[in-house]
Write a protein that binds this ligand. Structure first.
Ligand SMILES: C[S@@+](CC[C@H](N)C(=O)[O-])C[C@H]1O[C@@H](n2cnc3c(N)ncnc32)[C@H](O)[C@@H]1O
Length: 338
């Protein structure tokens, strides 16, 4: 038996729960924060749940943490003391590791301490245990979730928790002169899928305007062909490595095998997007990578995604489908050209 907290993008928890229900069968859910955070209990043990999730990672599950310990909250200093004791008793597994402490809370919790105060207490215990408190690139994460009247505590590696950000809420710093917020989606995809865009030479960006994705790829050193009938941000036009085709993508003819990366963020009906990407795929070399967003316009996202994947499989191997933190009503696909 094991207990867990799952987190999805706001409004998408029901789909994450549906995916988990299919994956783990005998499972009972409880809502913690509406549409977003839930707890669940299954007959499967901790290791079996982790391996099921590693093999078939649910698209809408942004973050997961086991519930190893529960502390009833009093709203007094005892709560912090008990938290310190729990970590101290869990002890040896943190020794010698870089350990991050992530704290989340529901609105209205009686737990009165700020994340900074809580972290200071846990960090002091970690130092006692020979662990190194870490903010970035931790090997272990202690995840603490304050409900109204309980602290739910668990730990795991960033891979097991599916993210090294609290609740999978990835935050990037907004830059001066950033062309669009959409840039964060591609940045997050690069991290989440373990891609390094700098290793590619030439990219095709379909539906590129105003140019957030194009700007990231140019910054990574790629030559970029950006297609969009709408205007690209003027700051991009100075890049000699940019080719801007101010056209509808269906009117563009491209030489075969001319790109090793194809990105597409068109906010279009999923089936039209598939048709267009399949028309353009000959321009991508075999083994090349595609990163594509799929707009979830209909009521049944899981079915839409199944249909989209089955069409795209004509030309691509599906490496991963994931709703990223920066995706709104959409998911991101990582594909490899056959
Ligand atoms: C969500 S925006 C893209 C944002 C972009 N990724 C960024 O980072 O700035 C969608 C773009 O797709 C373009 N688009 C829609 N249909 C298209 C088509 N058939 N051909 C080319 N571009 C298209 C729209 O003009 C719009 O600029």
């Amino acid at each position: 038996m094991s207990r867990w907290i799952g987190t999805a993008n706001k409004g998408f928890a029901p789909y994450a729960m549906e995916e988990l229900r299919r994956l783990l069968h005998d499972i009972k859910f409880q809502q913690l924060s509406s549409g977003e955070v839930f707890s669940f209990e299954t007959e499967l043990n901790h290791g079996a749940v982790l391996s099921a999730i590693a093999q078939h990672e649910p698209i809408f599950l942004r973050h997961i943490q086991p519930i190893e310990r529960t502390i009833p909250l009093s709203g007094m200093a005892d709560d912090l003391q008990e938290l310190g004791d729990v970590v101290r008793h869990a002890g040896s597994q943190f020794a010698g590791k870089r350990t991050a402490v992530h704290i989340r809370r529901v609105e209205g919790t009686v737990f009165p301490y700020s994340a900074a105060d809580t972290k200071a207490v846990v960090d002091a215990v970690l130092l006692e245990l020979g662990s190194e408190p870490a903010l970035k690139q931790p090997e272990w994460i202690i995840s603490i979730y304050a409900t109204r009247d309980q602290l739910l505590i668990g730990w795991g590696t960033p891979q097991e928790l599916l993210s090294d950000w609290p609740g999978g809420a990835v935050r990037f710093q907004r830059e001066d002169g950033q062309v669009s917020r959409a840039k964060f989606k591609l940045l997050e995809a690069e991290r989440a899928f373990g891609l390094d865009f700098a290793q590619y030479r030439s990219a095709l960006d379909v539906g590129a305007a105003p140019g957030g994705w194009t700007s990231l790829l140019l910054e990574r050193g790629l030559a970029v062909t950006a297609i969009d009938p709408a205007e690209l941000h003027p700051s991009l036009l100075a890049y000699p490595r940019l080719t801007y085709l101010k056209k509808n993508a269906s009117d563009v003819k491209l030489a075969p095998d001319s790109f090793d990366l194809l990105v597409c963020d068109m906010s279009w009906s999923p089936m039209q997007m598939c048709k267009l990407v399949l028309e353009l795929q000959a321009a991508l070399r075999s083994g090349g990578i595609a990163v594509i967003t799929v707009k979830l316009m209909h009521r049944k996202p899981l079915q839409t995604i199944r249909e989209v994947l089955s069409r795209l499989q004509e030309a691509f191997v599906i490496r991963k489908a994931k709703q990223l933190f920066h995706n709104r009503d959409e998911i991101t696909l990582w594909l490899e050209k056959k």
